[in-house]
Design a protein around this ligand. Structure first.
Ligand SMILES: *Cc1c(COP(=O)(O)O)cnc(C)c1O
Length: 366
């Protein structure tokens, strides 16, 4: 083919898509298939959001408000900031992409923990940059190691809090260490996709740091606890100089009007978030107690998923789960071979999963 990609795009690995429910139903002739692979909220958004979407589709012939003013206003009042501190993206994935587009040139670098959410590295490589990867320490992001890994090419440090795929969190003193040690010309991206799953005492008051420091951006999303992953909407909060730079890159109508309006209604119903968190907390305890009883090791999680140690049989166990209608994320696709990552679901589905998992686990490991 004479059409040539940019060399650094040519070298990007191909994306391995997850299996869909329909695909698995057909492949194994199963009536029920459960997708516990992408950390979505199985309960979906609250009823008020769904009802609003159903009743408010008459204006989809119009483009959305390119400034997403209503949502920005609602977020500004929730966090006691201004609309100029906020960027709205088609998922936080898009904001990560915009950040790298804005700050990474060929030869520049990012520093991240390894393994990690895959989008950070992809977004940097796409711009001709590279990633320095610092191994996790006991499943946690090694803040000291990350600081030491920074060099003169480093433009961005990404921290996921809670971290994906482990579910571990960063403590406030670690975050303080990080922002004190890193020079002010390095952007710290704090990806807080699972923020709402942290208990209030575990949360870092990100907004308090954002008003003092110009080199931090916090990313949050409506995809996870808010149950709107399919609508694609997330946001970033930072010093207004950072936001105005990113706004130059953002395309005017990057988020749909339905997503914009639904997010506003979701914010008005924050009580729902507490309800989901309580259920997930309780269900996680159930996972822990059964896994412990059966001698299965796992990582204590601060999000809505659990990383489970499958010893030498990660691939086989994931495959057997699939044949029985449970789609989970194999560790090898996440850079952590021998593990699987499972999303917390409804109490009934969790029970089904756990009894099946234990049965399969024992088949391989005794
Ligand atoms: C799910 C997830 C996101 C959010 O992605 P969206 O694009 O907002 O759907 C961001 N970061 C991490 C670590 C995630 O797991």
């Amino acid at each position: 083919m004479k059409i040539k990609l940019k060399p650094w795009i040519q070298d990007l690995p191909e994306y391995v898509a997850g299996r869909t429910i329909e695909e698995i139903k057909k492949a194994y002739n199963l009536p029920d298939v459960y997708k516990l692979a992408s950390n979505e909220n199985i309960f979906g958004p609250c009823d008020n959001v769904k009802e609003f979407i159903r009743n408010n589709i008459d204006d989809i012939n119009y483009y959305p408000d390119s400034e997403y003013r209503v949502l920005k206003k609602a977020l500004a009042s929730k966090f006691n900031i201004t609309s100029q501190n906020i960027i709205i993206g088609s998922g936080t994935d898009q904001i990560i992409e915009i950040i790298c587009d804005g700050y990474i040139s060929r030869g520049d670098g990012i520093v991240i923990a390894d393994p990690n959410f895959l989008i950070y590295e992809k977004a940097a490589l796409k711009c001709g940059g590279s990633a320095i990867k610092v191994p996790l320490k006991e499943f946690r992001q090694d803040v000291g190691g990350i600081v030491s890994a920074v060099n003169s090419n480093t433009k961005i440090v990404f921290i996921a809090n809670p971290h994906n795929p482990t579910g571990t969190n960063i403590k406030e003193e670690e975050f303080k260490y990080l922002i004190n040690k890193l020079a002010d010309d390095i952007l710290i991206v704090l990806d807080e996709a699972y923020f709402e799953y942290l208990s209030p005492e575990e949360r870092i008051n990100t907004m308090g740091y954002l008003v003092k420091k110009e080199n931090i951006i916090s990313l949050r999303t409506f995809s996870k606890v808010y149950g709107l992953a399919g609508l694609r909407i997330g946001y970033g909060i930072a010093y207004k100089g950072i936001i105005s730079g990113l706004e130059k890159i953002r395309l005017p109508f990057n988020v749909s009007s339905i997503a914009h309006n639904a997010a506003v209604v979701a914010l008005e119903n924050d009580w729902y978030i507490e309800k989901i968190r309580d259920i997930v907390l309780k269900e996680k305890e159930k996972f822990y107690s059964i896994l412990k009883k059966e001698g299965v090791s796992y990582v204590q999680s601060h999000a809505n998923f659990i990383l489970i140690n499958c010893g030498d049989f990660g691939t086989e166990i994931v495959e057997d789960l699939l044949k029985n209608g449970f789609i989970v994320r194999p560790g090898e696709n996440l850079g952590i071979k021998g593990f699987l990552r499972v999303t917390i679901s409804t109490p009934e589905i969790n029970d089904k999963f756990l009894s099946l998992f234990i049965k399969i686990y024992k088949k391989y490991i005794e």
